[in-house]
Design a protein. Structure first.
Length: 746
């Protein structure tokens, strides 16, 4: 039996649902297809706030339950207020009627798995194994099965575990805290990224299966063919209705969102794409239902249904709703199929707000329950439909090399995964041949390239560079670049930057950008290419970003700013720099642009990203822009914020104060960083109390270090109303009042 995980939540939305059957339980109204019935399978007093569940081999239900605590994770780790229940339906009517507390004194439980007589529960930072040898409903043996040794503020370091079809136990690592593992052949392997890991039931053989920059990989399920599907949050930054969803989690793949934790993990091209987009659904539990997938979406108050449709070497889904609820405190955290074929849905209630940006009002008294959705007529969905395609013994290398020629792209992809895992060196020519198949998609390309990476035979893989097929060349480039002994030369890779094939060009850019020492060879090519494509093209950004640490590249950019056709494009790239301060090579050309009044807005964006050191020319230009009433207010504020001088003249102060009064967000941080005079602080003081709640902490910072009792009294009068004082951070108050006389501080 499998399990799922918990959530990091977002905004409240509600899927639309077509008319169907309805049912009401208390003040919760449910809608579901008219060929189903719904019943409350467990409520109070059996369960209060269920989170995750699993069945044992006798049909008893194990449920992790929250105490309702949203205390900081360190306190929850110390107090261990949560528990695991065992529920039984003794009369077979579909309603549980017997409960025992199977295990108490748990840290926040984020998963539940029955496996070979024991219950495994992730309670960050550990996965616990509980065993009830005498079957009295209480686990008398408690042992740590895995220790991740990290606990972040959202407690999303662990989810699971889950029983894979291969007999291994899988779990998810969320958050971005660094963990260390001793992998086969890689002792001390470290990663801060999100992952799915697996290990044998005895805890040996730990290895990462997939990598991501997502915040929270949560639930796992497998197709009958053994394909792993993962539900999780933040595959990308929110935009266009996208954020959370489902992925086809192929071995060795790397998914979004884009961030630094992905650095150093082997890549086979651009980040792998999500299979299903859900927006801010916060998917938690996932279960297979026949050949479909069911997903509990915490935020959207829905259990969705996803039909898997083969598409190339991966899948797409057709999506619909199985059940929705209109109550704002219905939060489904798990869904699973019962032994009789019915579907259990766990509603945790209204207690959860830990790390939830839009649910800041915990309602621990709004309790949840467990609902049973059953097909009318007693029809039981096929619990494990037969696989539609098979790959045979993955350890049989000869068979898998034959499978590389299969007409089924899934079989070809799985064959490549098997050959990479077994590191079958003789298979490299066959893998290169498979890369030449027509219309190879992203998933097939990934698995074949990743197999080359794992096999690590540079002499054999190099043959792919001389292929007439650009896909074979691209796969060889990715593999050779990231394997010991690949020894790619600048000339042979730079020559491929001009390829008309997008995949090969992308591979060449990936390699070149990793070699800043190739600047001398690459800059002439880049100059010629930019002359032919004024304003830039798609490959310039990653190339230039990869070389920003090189003085030769920075000087080239500074020189090219004199060319109006390239200026806006280069300034956009410069604004994306991660430099702590403005590179010396850019000071003169940017100062010249400001003095001439050229491209003011993008130049200010560059200075915001990489603040300049003290420079008289810059300061003069920035002061002139800050005082220019013809410039947009945003530009004037940005210019004043980037000056090395912390003082504000009276006209400048009056302008910024007016912007603060009008609600401009940039005004408060600017005032907080400025060195204001006592009269200016006195004039600002009444506005601290009336400013927006987010503006008050930076405004308080302006008073840090001031010793004038009159200034302190004016500030105190402004913020003393309880409704204001209660919403000010203690650390901001401490800093602001530290230097004032005792009568003010007291």
């Amino acid at each position: 039996m499998k399990t799922h995980g918990f959530i990091v939540c977002a905004t409240w939305l509600l899927h639309s649902v077509s008319p169907g059957e309805t049912a009401a339980f208390g003040d919760k109204n449910f809608t579901f297809p008219n060929d189903y019935t719904l019943q409350l399978a467990a409520g109070q007093p059996l369960v209060d706030r269920p989170i995750e569940a699993c069945f044992d081999d006798r049909g008893r239900l194990f449920v992790t339950e929250s105490s309702g605590s949203n205390d900081p994770v360190e306190k929850q780790l110390a107090d261990k207020p949560h528990s695991v229940l065992r529920l039984e339906d003794t009369d077979g009517d579909g309603v549980f009627d017997k409960r025992t507390v199977y295990a108490d004194k748990l840290m926040f439980p984020s998963g539940c798995l029955w496996h070979e007589g024991s219950v495994y529960v992730s309670a960050p930072p550990q996965i616990w194994k509980f065993t009830d040898a005498d079957d009295d409903g209480v686990a008398e043996k408690r042992e740590v099965w895995f220790d991740g040794k990290t606990l972040t503020g959202c407690a999303n370091d662990l989810h699971g575990p889950y029983a894979g079809p291969d007999g291994w136990i899988y779990w998810c690592k969320g958050a971005f805290e660094e963990q260390t593992y001793d992998l086969p052949g890689q002792p001390g392997w470290k990663s801060s990224a999100a992952h799915v890991f697996r290990a044998r039931p005895d805890g040996t053989g730990v290895e990462p299966v997939f990598t991501a920059g997502m915040d929270n990989p949560v639930g796992l399920e497998w197709t009958p063919e053994g394909e792993m599907i993962l539900a999780g949050t933040f595959f990308q930054d929110p935009s266009n209705g996208r954020r959370d969803g489902l992925i086809h989690a192929v071995y060795g793949g790397v998914w979004g969102k884009v961030n630094d934790v992905l650095a150093g993990h082997p890549r086979t091209g651009a980040l792998m794409p999500p299979m299903t987009h859900m927006g801010p659904g916060a998917p938690s539990g996932i279960a297979r239902y026949g050949r479909d997938l069911l997903v509990a979406q915490f935020n959207l108050r829905v259990v969705s249904r996803h039909k898997l449709i083969e598409e190339g070497a991966s899948f797409r889904t057709e999506d619909s709703n199985l059940l929705t609820c209109d109550h704002p405190d219905f939060h489904p955290t798990d869904v699973l199929q019962a032994p009789d074929g019915s579907v259990l849905i766990l509603d945790t209630g209204g207690w959860y707000k830990l790390c939830c940006p839009t649910s800041q009002l915990a309602k621990p008294n709004v309790l949840g329950g467990i609902y049973r959705l059953r097909k009318k007529g007693g029809e039981v969905p096929v619990a494990c439909p037969p696989a539609q395609w098979t790959v045979g013994d993955p350890e049989n290398s000869a068979l898998q090399m034959e499978n590389l020629l299969s007409p089924n792209p899934h079989v070809r992809r799985r064959a490549a995964e098997a050959l990479g895992r077994t590191k079958t060196t003789a298979s490299v020519p066959a893998i290169l041949k498979a890369l030449a198949a027509p219309s190879i998609d992203r998933f097939a390309f990934h698995s074949l390239t990743y197999a080359l990476l794992q096999i690590r035979q540079p002499e054999s893989a190099r043959a792919g560079l001389t292929s007439a097929n650009p896909t074979v060349q691209a796969g060889s480039l990715y593999a050779l670049e990231q394997m010991p002994g690949g020894n790619l030369a600048a000339a042979e890779v730079i020559a491929l930057l001009g390829s008309a094939d997008a995949r090969l060009q992308e591979a060449a850019v990936f390699v070149v950008a990793r070699h800043p020492g190739w600047a001398a060879e690459m800059l002439p090519w880049l100059s010629r290419r930019m002359q032919a494509a004024p304003g830039g093209d798609a490959i310039f950004k990653p190339l230039i970003h990869g070389f920003l640490g090189e003085p030769a590249m920075r000087k080239w950019i500074g020189d090219e700013l004199a060319n109006p056709a390239q200026r806006e494009f280069l300034l956009e790239i410069m604004a994306g720099t991660r430099a702590k301060e403005l590179p010396a090579e850019w000071i003169a050309p940017l100062s010249r642009l400001l003095a001439e009044g050229q491209a003011v807005v993008p130049v200010l964006a560059v200075l915001t990203a990489a603040p300049p050191a003290k420079d008289a020319g810059f300061d003069a230009s920035l002061s002139r822009i800050g005082s220019d009433g013809k410039q947009p207010a945003s530009s004037r504020l940005a210019a004043l914020a980037q000056r090395s001088s912390p003082e504000l003249t009276e006209p400048e102060f009056a302008f910024v104060l007016a912007e603060l009064k009008s609600g401009t967000a940039a005004a408060a941080p600017l005032l907080g960083e400025a060195r204001l005079t006592d009269p200016q602080l006195l004039e600002l003081a009444p506005l601290v109390g009336t400013a927006g709640i987010l503006d008050r902490p930076p405004l308080l910072k302006a008073y840090a270090g001031n010793k004038n009792g009159g200034v302190g009294q004016a500030l105190l009068a402004s913020i003393s109303p309880p409704s204001i004082l209660a919403n000010l951070p203690r650390e901001s108050l401490t800093e602001a009042f530290a230097a004032f006389p005792d009568e003010v501080r007291q």
